[in-house]
Design a protein around this ligand. Structure first.
Ligand SMILES: O=c1ccn([C@@H]2O[C@H](COP(=O)(O)OP(=O)(O)O[C@H]3O[C@H](CO)[C@@H](O)[C@H](O)[C@H]3O)[C@@H](O)[C@H]2O)c(=O)[nH]1
Ligand SMILES: O=C(O)[C@H](O)COP(=O)(O)O
Length: 328
């Protein structure tokens, strides 16, 4: 296994510093770029991220052709803040509504892919507290410079900020305790991805529209496994984006995220015929949540659904013919 990963790490791991905006612009050619931010209740951070992309990657360097925030059923002012900062805002449930509403991040990304037109699509989480434009340019670099690369994941150091205390490498708890062990057990060829759950990644539309999108927090693991199956390891790359600081979820929320990841892994193992199950795992999770000095029982549905590859959706197939300058 390591004989495959070593050369991959050497040839397919880059650094954002190698891709300043001038260099990406020079290599951009006829590509068109869409940047998508999925956002649920991110009024505190989304405006700043959108504003920087607009000023630095649209007005100063004409790199980003389309900047879209998907409002993922927010209950705060996310949509207004994002629009005021200059993004086009779409509401998750308003897109392809005849296919019904499904909650969660994966569905927000599927809907975003449906309404954008760039032949390169960059996804950036909207809860980043230390966003810099190198997140976008670093992810685009390998795609604009090497036609054999189809998908690029961000990697970074992940501090865990807990009040005043910060552990420099304590973040990414679901990654370290759930995703990395699962990947090493079942997809060892993918073990070289430093941040397999990173929410910052970019891909060619020609591949993104051909894979299913898992809803909820299963979307990143599913994309990695499915794009690996479709295109092979050498078509996947990663770029070091430095440090990522974001809003941490509670441990109970991360427990439910872990449920999404495990069920997603199960779905891929089953599809690949690598497990033969008498039963489906059940989707309910019972948790003991702390409230004040006591505990309360909470039952959640951690099941994930799957949206079909967009290329198979008639509305998308028709609309996509209008897209400017698709894959070269
Ligand atoms: O229903 C939702 C939930 C989240 N988000 C947005 O998705 C992004 C990431 O969500 P977050 O809850 O901050 O996830 P993290 O705790 O940061 O989880 C990490 O791990 C997840 C599982 O792989 C990935 O989806 C995330 O991108 C990655 O940052 C943020 O912009 C959210 O606003 C939505 O759009 N809809
Ligand atoms: O990616 C992860 O592992 C989860 O988002 C948890 O991240 P955190 O431990 O930094 O909150």
């Amino acid at each position: 296994m390591f004989t495959e990963i070593g050369p991959w790490l050497d040839t397919r791991t880059g650094r954002a510093d190698d891709w300043p905006p001038e260099a990406v612009l020079a290599a951009k050619g006829n590509h068109t770029v869409s940047v998508v931010l999925p956002a649920r209740d991110e009024e505190r951070t989304v405006g700043q991220i959108v504003g920087r992309i607009r000023r630095e990657l649209q007005e100063r360097f004409p790199l980003v052709d389309e900047l879209v925030v998907v409002d993922s059923c927010s209950t705060d002012a996310t949509a207004r803040v994002a629009a005021d900062a200059g993004a086009r805002v779409i509401h998750q449930d308003a897109v392809l509504s005849r296919y019904g509403a499904l909650p969660g991040k994966g569905d927000a990304l599927w809907k975003a892919l449906a309404v954008t037109t760039g032949d390169l699509v960059v996804f950036i989480d909207a809860d980043l507290r230390n966003f810099g434009t190198h997140f976008v340019t670093g992810l685009l670099g390998p795609l604009v410079s090497d036609p054999s690369v189809v998908y690029v994941k961000g990697s970074y150091d992940r501090p865990l900020a807990d009040g005043a205390a910060t552990q420099p490498h304590g973040g990414g708890r679901v990654t370290e305790l759930v995703a990395r062990p699962l990947i090493n057990l079942h997809w060892p060829a993918l073990a070289g991805f430093i941040q397999p759950l990173a929410g910052e990644y970019a891909g060619r539309r020609t591949v993104l529209e051909r894979v299913p999108f898992v809803t909820g927090y299963g979307v990143e693991l599913a994309l990695l496994v499915d794009l690996f199956d479709m295109a092979g390891l050498s078509a996947l790359a990663q770029v070091d984006l430095g440090v990522r600081v974001h809003s941490h979820q509670t441990i109970e929320e991360l427990g439910r995220m872990a449920g999404h990841i495990m069920l997603t892994a199960w779905s891929r193992l089953k599809r690949e015929g690598r497990i033969v199950a008498a039963d489906r795992p059940q989707n309910r999770m019972l948790q003991f949540c702390h409230v004040g000095n006591g505990r309360t029982l909470r039952v959640s549905d951690v099941g994930v659904h799957e949206r079909p590859p967009l290329i198979t959706v008639p509305e998308y197939a028709t609309a996509s013919r209008l897209a400017p300058q698709r894959e070269q």
